[in-house]
Design a protein around this ligand. Structure first.
Ligand code: NAD
Length: 295
């Protein structure tokens, strides 16, 4: 079992740290939110006054922060963790950030002989709680091998996508596709209902036909079709429209930098931006259905 410092105990990081405690690791946590820290301490984690103190003696540091600027603030600069961590401390960043941010942190870590892995996740809050997240890692092969047993306490599928930044590239591609398929599924359901079809019947037909997809299988956007989906609880909880917009922004920026065409991704980004602009930013992203079916 390892001495692990976990920084960023939000919707995702809280349950991830909790699973590391349950797996028997020696976990020290830090977050700007005292309530988030207190919840983990009540489950058996230790804490400290600052991120630096929390990281003292750690064999592995894991971060789960909102965006690139938070990751850079925690790791880089004279006051950053990289300047203080001993050589060979394993550092894993699971936040979703741009590949450039991941590569920038990785470069400075490598300069200090600190093995670094970008390891964004898929699977949402439910996956974080159940310990079934998918980790998509970027970094050296031996760093991946070192991190895998730790990540297995939190996730089910642990992929090595390639070198530094590759985890973030794969994550961006996946979430762009997710946005496109959720908007497309919502559109198809709305068209069927306009024609008098029962959305549950249409969903079942499409699930068993060539339009079948993840949204229809586990995350139906039409209210009432799937009891366990956010659509059936007013689109509360789940994966927020604001976070999807962040990820679509990362995909868009990446496409511009790489001269790649993403017409479907750009359209999805505009749809989700419009939706957020109408006051839906803190709803689950499947609420894009409301653009097609005003309630
Ligand atoms: P969140 O906003 O719920 O949690 C972020 C936490 O980081 C907060 O508790 C905040 O206090 C803490 N924090 C911010 N700056 C800090 C600092 N300098 N030091 C210590 N703590 C700090 O976000 P989340 O939903 O847990 O998402 C975290 C990351 O995971 C994001 O990059 C997100 O895109 C990604 N992600 C989220 C989901 C999801 O369904 N929520 C799914 C996959 C990936």
């Amino acid at each position: 079992m390892a001495a692990i410092t976990f920084i960023g105990l939000g919707n995702m990081g809280g349950p991830m740290a909790s699973n590391l405690v349950k797996a028997g690791h020696d976990v020290t946590v830090f977050d700007l939110s005292e309530d988030a820290v207190a919840a983990l301490v009540s489950e058996g984690a230790k804490t400290a006054e600052t991120a630096h103190e929390a990281a003292k003696g750690a064999e592995c540091v894991i971060t789960m922060l909102p965006a690139g600027k938070h990751v850079e603030a925690v790791y880089l600069g004279e006051d950053g963790l990289l300047a203080a961590l001993p050589k060979n401390t394993l550092v894993i960043d699971s936040s979703t950030v741009s590949p450039e941010t991941a590569r920038g942190v990785a470069e400075q870590a490598t300069d200090r002989d600190i093995p670094f892995l970008d390891a964004p996740v898929s699977g949402g809050v439910a996956g974080a709680k159940a310990g079934t997240l998918t980790f998509i890692c970027g970094g050296a092969e031996d760093t991946f091998a070192q991190a895998k047993p730790i990540l297995e306490a939190v996730g089910k599928n642990i992929f090595h996508a390639g070198d530094h930044g590759a985890g973030q590239v794969a994550k961006i591609c996946n979430n762009m596709l997710l946005a496109i398929l959720m908007a497309g599924t919502s559109e198809a359901l709305a068209l069927g209902v306009k024609n008098g079809l029962d959305p549950a019947v249409l969903s079942e037909v499409m699930k068993q036909s060539s339009g079948g997809n993840w949204a229809l299988n586990v995350y139906n956007p039409w209210p009432g079709v799937m009891e366990t989906a956010p659509a059936s609880r007013g689109y509360e909880g789940g994966f927020l429209v604001n976070l999807m917009n962040k990820d679509l922004g990362l995909a868009f920026d990446n496409a511009v930098k790489n001269h790649a065409s993403i017409p479907m991704g750009a359209l999805a980004r505009n749809l989700f931006q419009l939706h957020a602009g109408q006051g839906n930013g803190t709803l689950d992203f499947s609420s894009i259905q409301r653009l097609y079916k005003p309630e």
